[in-house]
Design a protein around this ligand. Structure first.
Ligand SMILES: *[C@@H]1O[C@H](CO)[C@@H](O)[C@H](O)[C@H]1NC(C)=O
Ligand SMILES: *[C@@H]1O[C@H](CO)[C@@H](O)[C@H](O)[C@H]1NC(C)=O
Ligand SMILES: *[C@@H]1O[C@H](CO)[C@@H](O)[C@H](O)[C@H]1NC(C)=O
Length: 301
């Protein structure tokens, strides 16, 4: 059997077929573990003889581990040669189509898959986004909640909404947490991805507050005081309202005119003799990840 260990050499991280771009998850598929036995069902309401095809070839001489039983097909001892597309036919009509895929079980590779995923929230309201870095995966989906953790039928899977400039996948995930309540239960996010004929699955649990990263703030006016400049900073428009409840703290980085040296201030006051400044913000209560810096703003006075 062809092992997955090839990927330890980084195959997972390079784009082979992934470059072809977005592909939806197949509508019907069965995920088996290595050496499992599975039954593939021909989805038809009409009784009668059917023919099965595997990757387009009619299954006539049944392999020792593939047996037709009425309209269904039993596959025992699942291994790489038996992965692929199974279709069920009557005459010239295809009745149903199923993909038989193998569950990736190598812990190291699953950890590598998990490490490709980043989730960030710009506020405590409504939604956050997750991205999967560019990789060989051709189809990716995520789902929130316990129904998705075990791949249950009730899971509301979210397809990728977009492909990043760098070829990764992006997801917008809605949640129904109240932004005003103390968050006591973790969110549970499951991601599934297909590469070749393998299915990767990972679940992570986190508090929304742990993935908060505000957008960059806006630099308002600089008011000249006797000694200092008082810099007004506006929260980013994507940040949760009211701002009195969802506090942000800001950090200013500035460059001194005389020696060109950079320095930072956590107050809104900076020396007068500066040539430029930029600002970033974070949630002041949970000390979230800092936002990106604003662009430099030149200061003339
Ligand atoms: C995601 O794509 C599948 C087809 O691959 C489709 O059946 C499903 O409805 C889509 N889900 C959403 C939320 O758009
Ligand atoms: C949240 O949803 C709004 C509106 O649907 C959208 O404009 C925004 O980009 C989303 N934000 C995130 C972080 O997903
Ligand atoms: C700086 O400006 C803010 C808002 O404009 C104001 O509330 C604050 O009192 C000012 N700080 C000083 C030291 O003047």
């Amino acid at each position: 059997m062809m092992t997955l260990s090839l990927w330890k050499f980084g195959l997972l991280l390079i784009s082979l077929i992934g470059a072809n771009g977005l592909m939806p998850f197949p509508e019907n598929f069965v995920v088996a573990k290595l050496n499992d036995a599975v039954t593939l069902t021909c989805r038809t309401n009409i009784d009668g003889a059917v023919t099965w095809k595997f990757d387009g070839e009619v299954l006539v001489d049944f392999k020792y581990n593939i047996k037709q039983d009425g309209q269904n097909l039993h596959v025992t001892d699942v291994d790489t040669p038996w992965l692929g597309e199974y279709s069920c036919w009557r005459g010239g009509e295809m009745l149903s189509l199923t993909h038989l895929l193998l569950e990736a079980e190598d812990e190291e590779e699953l950890a590598q898959f998990d490490s490709l995923i980043t989730c960030l929230a710009k506020s405590y309201h409504c939604n956050f986004s997750c991205t999967l870095k560019e990789s060989a995966f051709t189809a990716v989906r995520v789902g929130l909640g316990h129904d998705c953790t075990d791949g249950g039928k009730l899971c509301h899977w979210i397809n990728s909404s977009d492909q990043n400039q760098d070829g990764g996948f992006q997801f917008e995930v809605s949640h129904s947490l109240s932004p005003y309540a103390e968050e006591s239960t973790k969110l549970e996010l499951t991601a599934e991805a297909i590469v070749d004929l393998y299915v990767f699955r990972t679940t992570r649990r986190f508090y929304l507050r742990d993935i908060v990263q505000p957008d960059s703030p806006q630099i308002g006016t600089c008011q000249e005081l006797e000694q200092d400049l008082n810099v007004t900073i506006e929260p980013p428009s994507s940040w949760s309202m009211p701002h009195s409840f969802f506090g942000l703290e800001h950090e200013i980085e500035y460059v001194l005119k005389d020696d060109g040296k950079p320095a930072r201030s956590l107050s809104s006051l900076v020396p007068k003799s500066i040539s430029k400044l930029r600002v970033r913000s974070r949630d002041s209560l949970v000390l979230s990840t800092w936002s990106e810096w604003t662009p430099w703003k030149n200061v003339t006075n």
